[in-house]
Structures are given as structure tokens and as C-alpha cells.
Design a protein around this ligand. Structure first.
Ligand SMILES: Nc1nc2c(ncn2[C@@H]2O[C@H](COP(=O)(O)OP(=O)(O)OP(=O)(O)O)[C@@H](O)[C@H]2O)c(=O)[nH]1
Length: 798
């Protein structure tokens, strides 16, 4: 028996204090459908790496990463938690465990923004579920490893899940290990006990009572697993050879044409190359709950996922030269001392106050640095820097290129929001003096998109005296979670809180009442409708005696996208798919900037006024505007001696409101959220469920498939179907050969697009139609114009 566990480091040990080697850093995320086992796998990773001394369990509510009271009581992940640990005393892994529930999709989006690689977890019984497909698409361009978890469950199908991965996610795969089962002496049933390691040509069998004990044995020619291993290794090498000529050369020159003679380091190098170029996804299997398969998964993270040196570059608003050096990491604009970081998460800690999570993309951030927020134009000093281990903080002096850490301190809280770009300069005392005004100070990493909120609820203080506490508490919630939105209804004066779903609003209510002690009453949860424009407004212009000049119009997003040119600068307005477009000024350029205020401050002022003006301007139901563009013409002017942007703010707000007021009613249309719904039912219930969906719920049914079908209707790819058929896969002994192609259960999946309004209270209806056997999952698909015959029913509810 070997012990695979590494010595515990404890929470406060800095991993690589003196010499910093960026190539050993792995910034990874764990993504999957709800309940696939993300948190359980994270918890086991922390244990086997020596980070924790005991294993937490989701079911007992004592995990490290799910530390919010709501997470522990409900057994689900609500917010993504970041934790750092090391592996093999060499690799430093910064891991983010993300939520699987569709209502918390923003948490996944913002984590993916700063991650370099992902582990996708799958439930071996459920296979590729709808949210897996969604997060896979969201993680486009990020190298991914797949871990087929829950191999211990009855009905687990390893090969069936691999086939689904290939056909539904359209990915090429290489099998790193496959399951090993043993026959239970008493029941005769197959019990999952370990894996066949294809790369190292070994078997790994876990002692489930002690997760650190693993029995590792070579598979020699003539032994009972050799034939299977040979076929798997052949398939692995053949797939890699399609993408890696060096491996073909090695095979021909050094391995005498024998797949088994290619050593693990050569295979690992080839897999790494193919994973980084996005050509294949390595597949591993295990049962985290039974502590099986986690160590090989961590090896795969270290071996195959990119370091920050190899990771995809962030997308910037401006073209700027980026080079990479092994010592310094990314160097932006040939300036080694130029630090660019992005804030991706804000939390309020009861002891430390506001904490801003950042990812450093170039240079170093030091505690006490003067920094610049190029998204808002604010300058401020950062306080302490810390690295988080879930909810435990370790103070550090510096965050270096590629690292993920947290900014703290009172100045930080007022000056940074989620998505902002932080810029620092490590050369002079006044770190900002020698930076290029537009190329460096104007550099912004594209912000983090927040999907539109689809549900809202009115919130009222129980007494008038509680109004201020309520407003401050809502502001604190939104600062942490920008996928929550608040607006005041102009007509009723009510405060409306909107979010991604019913659960999202329920959790927000819970936090307002119990964590933030806001004594509020929350009304009925209602669907959030929007309005949009079908034609542009007139251009409105203002010119003041003191020298301000602004020309603004509002247009439909589709029109602005059709006419997009390099002469304009696009800024996302943080909500409702709205944008601000600023046409380039021929007067104020990078070389000629005589103004006291910065470009970032000017843009930020118009962004704020646009957000407020667009929220109030719907004509038919007074809903917020969606998919619109506020365009500022390039002839704008600000007096050179103006030190504040308050005038820009006031003027732009009234221009936008006035030009929208002048539009005809027929230029507005109501939009409603449409959901991607999949309902899983028994064959005998399908008729009733279908009738209810297509009748009362106005569903557009796209497909009815067998569960585990390899064809997911919508966009089947013949090439991947064929590749999946040709892929060598071990027989799913737990299911029997026939089940690989036929599907293990008789459940049917109905997939369709349904207006969210018609899905309210669906849980109860489905329960009664299926005697509690049916389940469903829905996720936001998009906003669609409401047909004329439904407008009155929508307005009735408001
Ligand atoms: N049988 C079995 N159950 C598992 C395994 N891994 C996780 N589970 C169980 O599956 C359930 C969900 O596990 P979680 O780790 O919370 O799943 P998750 O993907 O983090 O869930 P969300 O974050 O809420 O989406 C819990 O009851 C776990 O005990 C496994 O390997 N085998």
C-alpha cells in the first residue's frame, strides 16, 4: 500500500515564498450540473493534498468551500469559493468551486473569466445534463478535463457518459483511466474499487476506509487486464497522433511501433499539448464520496491544464502588445513594471469588511500601492493583500502575475466593483506618473457580462425608520452579486429587486433578513419583462456657455452592431444587454489630452446616466429598456478646467431621457424571458406532461429523446456521432453491453423553449401530473418579443 497524501501545510503557510515560478501555478474551476459532486470533489482534493485534516461532507453541512449558512442548510453551492493549496509539493493550485444551479450562473461566468483551466464533473448515472452543456459552452476556449464521478452508484455508465460527452459537447476525448469493479463476496454485485491507469499502465485500488491508502500495481503482459490496457493505450496514442506529429515520430523512431513502449512522460507531454490547443479533453473517473480517483485527478490538473504563462490572454478594450516571459509572465505594452489586474468578486466579511477578489494578469500588486481603476477613473491606495483558503485568510505582501488574491482596506471598498480593471505601476513613488494616458491608463479588460434578471419582487421596509437600513443592505447585496438588480418603480415608488430566478431571490431575501438584519417585507415573485426599441431616436445635442458639448442618440443594438466601426469605443452597461458607444474624438486623443478629468471618468459618468435613463424609459409597461445602445458622437467637449464630471452626468441623463420621450409608441416592444426547459418523465406520463407544456404553457417543443440519447436533437453533429461510434471504450459491465447504445433507463426527456411566465409554479404541476416522478431543469435562453395576443395578459399582472 502506498500513501498518496502529502504532508499538511496548514492554512498560514506561504507556498513559494522566495523564488516564484509561474509555471507551477494552476488557476482552475470546478464546473458542472447541480449535484454532480463539485463540492465533494473539492473537499476530497483539499484532504488528499494535505490542506485539511478532516473531510467535510455536503450532506452534513460542514464543507470548507460551502461556508455560507444558506449553503450549509440547503446542501447546495450558492457562491463560488476560492481556495489555494499545493500538490506534490510542487504545484500551486488556485481552485474555484462554482455553483451548479442555473440561478447562480453569474458566479460561474465571473469565475470562468479569471480561470485558466476547468475540471468538468459528471454524474456517471445522469450523464451529460443540461447545465453541463451550458457551462461547457460558457467555458469555450478554456482547456478542460472531465471527471466522471459517482461511479459507485447503481446505474453508473462510464462508456455511456464518454459517448454522451463526445456527441453532446462535441469534443474529442482521451481516456486517462477507466473504472475497475470487483464482485462483492456476499451479494455478487459489482463494486467500484479503483481505476486502470492507461498512461502509467497500472491499476490503482483504493482502501475506502483510508483514502490515503492506494494499492498500485503494474499491468504486465499476460496479466488479465493487459489486453484491455493495450486497446486503451492504442486508442489513446492513435487519437493523440492525429494532432501531434512529434508523438508519431517518437512512436516510429523509439518505440518499435509498440504503443506500450511509449513512456508516460512522452504521453503526458503530448496530452498536455493537445489539451492546451483545445483539441482533446482528458477523461478520468472516480467516486469522490468514496475517496476514489481524486489523486489521479489532481495529477491530471497539474500535468494537463495550463499555467498562467500558457493561458488564454484576457480581452482588452484596446489593441496593446503583450509578450510572455517565463520569469515575469505577461508583459503588457513592453512595460515589465506595469501591473494589470481584474476584480471579479466582492464580498462583505463581518470582520475584514469589504474584500475584493482580483486576478493579476501582469506585473505585481504590492500592499500599500497607489493604484488606478481604469474602469471608473478612481485613484486609491490598497490596504492589506490576502490569499483566501475558503473563508480563512492568509496575509501576503505581494500578488504576482498569474495569482488570485484579495484586496482589503477601506479605500478599496468605495473604489472597486466586480469587473473593474486595476492598474498599478511599480517604478516610481507616484506610480501613475509615467504611464501612457490612453494605451496604459485607458486599458480595460472587457467587463464581466451579467445575464438579464428574469424575476423580480417588491421589497418594503416594515417601518419607515428601516428604510435606510434596507437601502444600505440591498446596496451591499448588489455589490457582492451584480446579477441582482434594484430599481424604483416610478409610478408606485416601490423598490423592485430582480434576480436570475426564484431561488436566487429567496436566498437574497434570506440574507437581507438574517445576515444583514434588514427588517423588510418581500412581495410576490414576478417575471421581469423588458422593452426594446425597433428604431433609433433623433440625435439630441446640448452646448452650454461654459463649454460643455454633447450629442447623443439611442438606437437598437442590432443596428449598432451592423454598423460597428473601429472609430468607436464600446462599453457594456452592466445590465439588460445595453451598451454605451463613444465615437472617437478627433480633438482629445492619446497624444493630446488637455483635460483635468480622465477619459475613464468621462465614460463612467455617461455610463451611470445611461443606466438610470434606460431603466425608466419603457413606454408600453414602463419596463426597463433592453438591447439598446446609447451613442455619443465624437464632437463632445468638456472645459479644460473642469475637475468633476457632475455636469457631464446631468447633461447626458437629460439628453437620453428627452430623446426617448420624443419617440412614437410604436417604436417600443415588450420582451419576455424564454427558458430552455428539459423535463424528465417516465414513458407513461409523457402524454399528460406534453399536453400541459404545449397547451397551457405555450411551449415550443424541440425534441423528445430517450434519457442518455446520443442525439440531442437541436444541433446534432454527424462527425461526432461517428467519432463516438469509432472510439474504443470498455464495456460498461454495470449496465451490460446493450445499454451503451440503447440507454439505461426508460425515462424520456422533453426539451423545449417556454416563456418563463408560464413556468411559474411548474414544480407543483409536474408533481401532480407524474405522481412525483418527473423532474425538470430550466435555464435562461434569451429575451423574445411578446406576441400581440399576449400583451394584455402580461400587463394585467402589473
Ligand atoms: N454515491 C455518490 N454520491 C456522491 C458522490 N459525490 C457526491 N455525492 C453526493 O451527491 C450530492 C451532491 O454533491 P455535491 O458535492 O454537493 O454536488 P455539487 O455539484 O457541489 O452541488 P451544487 O454545488 O449544489 O451544484 C451529495 O449528496 C453528495 O454526497 C459520489 O462519488 N458517489
Amino acid at each position: 500500500m502506498l500513501r498518496l497524501r502529502k504532508p499538511a501545510l496548514g492554512f498560514t503557510t506561504r507556498f513559494f515564498s522566495s523564488k516564484y515560478d509561474i509555471s507551477v501555478v494552476r488557476n482552475i474551476g470546478i464546473i458542472a450540473h447541480i449535484d454532480a459532486g463539485k463540492t465533494t470533489t473539492t473537499e476530497r482534493m483539499l484532504f488528499v493534498s494535505g490542506k485539511t485534516k478532516r473531510m467535510g461532507n455536503v450532506d452534513e453541512g460542514d464543507t470548507i468551500t460551502d461556508f455560507l449558512p444558506q449553503e450549509r442548510s440547503r446542501g447546495i453551492t450558492i457562491q463560488s469559493a476560492a481556495i489555494s493549496f499545493n500538490w506534490q509539493n510542487k504545484y500551486k493550485i488556485n481552485l474555484i468551486d462554482t455553483p451548479g444551479h442555473a440561478d447562480f450562473t453569474f458566479e460561474v461566468i465571473r469565475a470562468l473569466k479569471v480561470l485558466d483551466g476547468c475540471v468538468t464533473i459528471l454524474d456517471a448515472v445522469a450523464g451529460v445534463e443540461s447545465q453541463t452543456e451550458k457551462v461547457w459552452k460558457q467555458a469555450k476556449g478554456i482547456p478542460k478535463i472531465c471527471f466522471i464521478n459517482k461511479m459507485d452508484r447503481a446505474g453508473a455508465g462510464f462508456s455511456r457518459t464518454v459517448k454522451e460527452l463526445m456527441t453532446k459537447l462535441k469534443t474529442r476525448v482521451v481516456l486517462i483511466n477507466t473504472p475497475i469493479f470487483a464482485s462483492d463476496a456476499q451479494s455478487g454485485e459489482l463494486v467500484f474499487e479503483g481505476v486502470l491507469d492507461v498512461v502509467n499502465q497500472k491499476t490503482l485500488i483504493w482502501d475506502t476506509r483510508d483514502p490515503e491508502k492506494v494499492s498500485i500495481n503494474n499491468v504486465f503482459e499476460g496479466s488479465n487486464r493487459f489486453e484491455e490496457l493495450y486497446k486503451l493505450k492504442e486508442s489513446l496514442v492513435e487519437t493523440l497522433s492525429e494532432f501531434d506529429e512529434q508523438l508519431v515520430e517518437y512512436f516510429l523512431d523509439n518505440a518499435d511501433g509498440d504503443y506500450m513502449k511509449i513512456p508516460p512522460d512522452v504521453i503526458n507531454k503530448s496530452i498536455r499539448k493537445c489539451v492546451l490547443s483545445g483539441q482533446v479533453s482528458p477523461i478520468l473517473c472516480g467516486a469522490s464520496f468514496r475517496n476514489i480517483g481524486v489523486q489521479p485527478l489532481l495529477d491530471a490538473v497539474a500535468n494537463y491544464l495550463p499555467s498562467p504563462l500558457e493561458a488564454k490572454r484576457p480581452e482588452f478594450n484596446n489593441d496593446v502588445p503583450i509578450t510572455v516571459s517565463a520569469k515575469d509572465g505577461a508583459i503588457i505594452n513592453k512595460n515589465k513594471n506595469f501591473c494589470v489586474a481584474q476584480a471579479f468578486k466582492v464580498i462583505t466579511d463581518p470582520i475584514r469588511g469589504i474584500m475584493i477578489y482580483v486576478r493579476v494578469y501582469s506585473g505585481c500588486l504590492n500592499s500599500g500601492f497607489s493604484v488606478y481603476n481604469s474602469s471608473t477613473g478612481a485613484k486609491f491606495k490598497i490596504g492589506k493583500l490576502v490569499v483566501m483558503h475558503a473563508n480563512v485568510a492568509e496575509e501576503v505582501k505581494q500578488l504576482r502575475c498569474g495569482e488570485i488574491g484579495v484586496l482589503t482596506g477601506s479605500t478599496v471598498s468605495e473604489n472597486v466593483r466586480t469587473g473593474d480593471t486595476i492598474i498599478a505601476h511599480n517604478m516610481k513613488k507616484d506610480g501613475l506618473r509615467s504611464l501612457d494616458k490612453v494605451k496604459e491608463l485607458g486599458l480595460k479588460i472587457n467587463p464581466i457580462d451579467s445575464p438579464p434578471p428574469v424575476f423580480s419582487a417588491a421589497i418594503e421596509p416594515r417601518t419607515l425608520g428601516n428604510k435606510k437600513v434596507m437601502e444600505e443592505s440591498i446596496a451591499a447585496l448588489i455589490r457582492e452579486d451584480p446579477s441582482l438588480h434594484v430599481r424604483i418603480d416610478e409610478e408606485t415608488g416601490q423598490t423592485l429587486l430582480s434576480g436570475m430566478g426564484q431561488l436566487h431571490l429567496e436566498i437574497a431575501k434570506d440574507r437581507l433578513l438574517n445576515e444583514l438584519n434588514a427588517d423588510v417585507e418581500v412581495g410576490k415573485v414576478m417575471v421581469s419583462f423588458k422593452e426594446t426599441l425597433s428604431s433609433s431616436t433623433m440625435l439630441k445635442k446640448v452646448e452650454t456657455e461654459s463649454g460643455y458639448r454633447l450629442s447623443i442618440l439611442v438606437e437598437p443594438l442590432a443596428d449598432a452592431e451592423d454598423n460597428r466601426s473601429s472609430n468607436e469605443d464600446w462599453h457594456y452597461l452592466s445590465t439588460d444587454n445595453n451598451f454605451l458607444v463613444v465615437e472617437k474624438s478627433p480633438v482629445f486623443t492619446s497624444h493630446n489630452w488637455p483635460l483635468q478629468i480622465s477619459y475613464a471618468q468621462f465614460v463612467s459618468a455617461i455610463m451611470s446616466s445611461s443606466i438610470v435613463a434606460l431603466q425608466k424609459s419603457g413606454r408600453i409597461g414602463q419596463f426597463p429598456l433592453h438591447s439598446c445602445v446609447v451613442r455619443v458622437k465624437g464632437d463632445w467637449n468638456v472645459p479644460t478646467d473642469a475637475t468633476s464630471v457632475s455636469q457631464v452626468l446631468t447633461l447626458s441623463r437629460s439628453l437620453i431621457s428627452n430623446t426617448l420621450t420624443e419617440l412614437n409608441d410604436c417604436a417600443f416592444a415588450i420582451l419576455e424571458p424564454i427558458m430552455n426547459v428539459s423535463v424528465s418523465v417516465k414513458q407513461e406520463d409523457i402524454g399528460d406532461v406534453l399536453q400541459d407544456l404545449t397547451g397551457a404553457r405555450k411551449a415550443n417543443v424541440l425534441a423528445i429523446d430517450d434519457e442518455h440519447t446520443l442525439n440531442n436533437g437541436e444541433d446534432t453533429d454527424i462527425v461526432f456521432q461517428k467519432l463516438a461510434e469509432e472510439q474504443y471504450l470498455p464495456v460498461d459491465t454495470t449496465l451490460g453491453q446493450a445499454n451503451i447504445s440503447k440507454g439505461a433507463t426508460v425515462n424520456k426527456i422533453i426539451r423545449g423553449l417556454v416563456p418563463l411566465k408560464e413556468m411559474v409554479m411548474y414544480t407543483n404541476k409536474l408533481r401532480s401530473l407524474t405522481q412525483g416522478r418527473g423532474t425538470y431543469h430550466m435555464a435562461y435562453h434569451g429575451m423574445e418579443k411578446v406576441t400581440n395576443d399576449r400583451i394584455s395578459s402580461i400587463l394585467e399582472g402589473y
